[in-house]
Write a protein that binds this ligand. Structure first.
Ligand code: TYD
Length: 132
C-alpha cells in the first residue's frame, strides 16, 4: 500500500502523485472506473508488462491479489490518499464497489490487449513456467 502526502489547505485537500517519485513507474495511461454495482467483479486478469497503482479517489472497493503460487491477499481501498501498487504478473479482482466509488488506475504502459492474460488457468501455467 502507498500513502500519498496530503497537501491541502483551508480550500480543501490536494494529493499529488508523480511518476517515478511517489510511485515506482512513469505514468503512461490513466483510466477510472465508476458506476460498478456492488455485485460486479472487475479486473480478473494479469498483465505481462503493465504495473498499476489503484486509488479510490471517492468511495471504496476491495482488491484481491493473487500471485499464481497460492498466495492471495485482500486490500481495501477507501481513502483518496492511499493507493495499492500492483507489479506486473499479478492476478487482480476488484469488487465490493460502493455506489459512489471512483477507482482511479495509473498504468505504466499504453493499452495493449495482447499483454492481458484473462484466463486464470493459463495465468497459473505461465507463472509456473516462468518461475518454477
Ligand atoms: P477491462 O480490462 O475489462 O476493464 P477492468 O480492468 O475494469 O476489468 O476493460 C474493459 C474494456 O475496455 C475492454 O474491452 C478493453 C477496453 N480498455 C481499453 O481499450 N483501454 C484501456 O486502457 C482499458 C483499461 C480497457
Amino acid at each position: 500500500m502507498l500513502e500519498f502526502q496530503q497537501s491541502g489547505d483551508e480550500r480543501g485537500h490536494l494529493v499529488i502523485v508523480e511518476g517515478m517519485d511517489d510511485i515506482p513507474f512513469d505514468i503512461a495511461r490513466i483510466f477510472y472506473i465508476y458506476g460498478s454495482g456492488n455485485d460486479v467483479v472487475r479486473g480478473q486478469h494479469a498483465n505481462r508488462k503493465t504495473q498499476f497503482v489503484l486509488i479510490n479517489v471517492a468511495g471504496s472497493c476491495k482488491v484481491n491479489v493473487k500471485d499464481g503460487k497460492g498466495n492471495e491477499a485482500v486490500f481495501v481501498l477507501n481513502r483518496p490518499h492511499t493507493g495499492i501498487y500492483l507489479p506486473a504478473m499479478l492476478w487482480k479482482d476488484m469488487y465490493d464497489f460502493s455506489a459512489d466509488s471512483v477507482l482511479l488506475c495509473l498504468a505504466s504502459e499504453h493499452y495493449d490487449a495482447a499483454e492481458y492474460i484473462r484466463d486464470y488457468e493459463e495465468y497459473v501455467k505461465i507463472v509456473d513456467e516462468e518461475t518454477p
